[in-house]
Design a protein around this ligand. Structure first.
Ligand SMILES: *Cc1c(COP(=O)(O)O)cnc(C)c1O
Length: 390
């Protein structure tokens, strides 16, 4: 084993159970489950009580169906014409905010086989494991009919990306959905811009959303992880949680504060141990020069694995259960750590993200160094790193 991401699916399951106790849970498994693996994350989420799954793209919905996942799936992102067909064949729900798009959904649904489409229905053309489709839990209240393509209407209450800002237009879109055979109004949604750091603006968004959504008498959903944990009033009929199901903290602090368990460890090993004499340099650009004799360990992981070069000089690794400071430039395939006076045997475990004994390195810690967020750390672990599930 050179390097692997170990995913504790039990942790995802427990995080989901904790969230599902707050409100019906839609588990967000876009971007390959935030780097954890979408299919395995989705299965664990369903075991933990998630009643819906959500993804960003049509291809992601198709991947889940191909793996045999049942139950309702919401594709939250914008859909090109080609993607719309993929989403409909996957029997996924889609998001609309323009009447023209509603007409396109109706036309393509009709072309692709009308009544066989819809939440949990077998996709036209069939897929491996299709027998399991529809076997998932039923959607929480609000679905007006079990058949037809589910459409969720999106009001832009302040994110400024997708959705219409005009509640009247959003209502017209919802009415068009209801009036169109083969479609059914499955939800009313919005998305918060500041649930993690500006609760006042989140509440303004909620105040714009509620009068509109209440009038539609459908499933109302707005909260991401930060809102679900931080603002009970935002939970409504369903919460859409991503980051928290993986045990990362939506507030960029300590996941344990919210009873969340990190599900991912990034683990490698010390491939080479050698002494650097005082004055010897290590790595590209000679950015580390030993000030005294010391032992250097080389770990065969680098930015090619998603361990970003910006971490140079600013990271630690748990080597054999103790902290070792990263030295020298992070390169594509290797990093180097200073073991001081205590060399380890080649082959010793090196933990880049994870906990050993009293020591812990969180995705949040790496994110802080890189001036980014935990989401980007696990999403950035590249395909070169195999995922292993426990
Ligand atoms: C990604 C996403 C979520 C989940 O957000 P988290 O902060 O990861 O919980 C919810 N809703 C929408 C529309 C999203 O794009």
């Amino acid at each position: 084993m050179r390097a692997e991401a170990r995913i504790d699916t039990g942790a995802i399951e427990r995080n989901c159970a904790r969230l599902a106790a707050l409100a019906p849970l839609c588990a967000v498994v876009k971007a390959d489950g935030y780097g954890h693996g979408a299919v395995e994350a989705a299965r664990a989420a369903q075991r933990g009580g998630a009643s819906w799954l959500a993804v960003a793209t049509a291809g992601e919905a198709a991947e889940l169906r191909a793996a045999g996942l049942g139950g309702p799936i919401l594709v939250m992102g914008a859909l090109s014409a080609e993607e719309l067909d993929v989403a409909l064949r996957a029997g996924a729900d889609v998001v609309a905010w323009r009447e023209a798009f509603v007409r396109a959904v109706a036309a393509r649904a009709e072309a692709l086989g009308g009544g066989t489409l819809g939440a949990g229905a077998p996709p036209a053309g069939g897929v491996a494991g299709g027998g399991a489709l529809g076997g998932g839990p039923a959607p929480p209240g609000g679905a007006t009919s079990p058949r037809g393509v589910g459409v969720h209407v999106k009001l832009d209450t302040g994110m400024g990306r997708l959705g219409t800002r005009d509640p009247d237009e959003a209502t017209r879109v919802a009415e068009a959905v209801t009036a169109t055979p083969g479609l059914r109004l499955a939800g009313a949604m919005t998305h918060f811009a500041t649930a993690d750091d500006d609760p006042d603006f989140m509440r303004e968004q909620l105040a714009r959303f509620l009068p509109w959504a209440d009038g539609l008498h459908t499933l109302r959903h707005a909260a991401n992880s930060a809102a679900a944990l931080g603002e009970p009033d935002a939970r409504l009929d369903m919460i859409r949680c991503g980051i928290a199901i993986y045990g990362m903290d939506p507030f960029h602090e300590d996941p344990a504060d919210h009873g969340l368990e990190p599900a991912l460890e990034l683990v490698s090993y010390v491939a080479e141990v050698k002494q650097a004499r005082k004055g010897d340099s290590v790595g590209y650009g000679r950015r580390f020069i030993a000030e005294r004799d010391t032992w250097i360990g080389t770990i065969p992981v680098g930015y090619g694995d998603g361990f970003r070069r910006g971490l140079t000089g600013e990271f630690e690794v748990l080597v054999g259960g103790r902290r070792a400071k990263g030295v020298g430039t992070v390169s594509m395939d290797n990093i180097t750590v200073d073991l001081g006076d205590a060399p380890v045997e080649p082959g010793t475990e090196a933990v880049l993200i994870g906990a050993r004994g009293e020591h812990r390195i969180l995705a949040e810690d790496l994110a802080a160094v890189l001036a980014t967020i935990n989401y980007e750390i696990t999403c950035g672990i590249s395909r070169r790193v195999p995922r292993r599930y426990t």
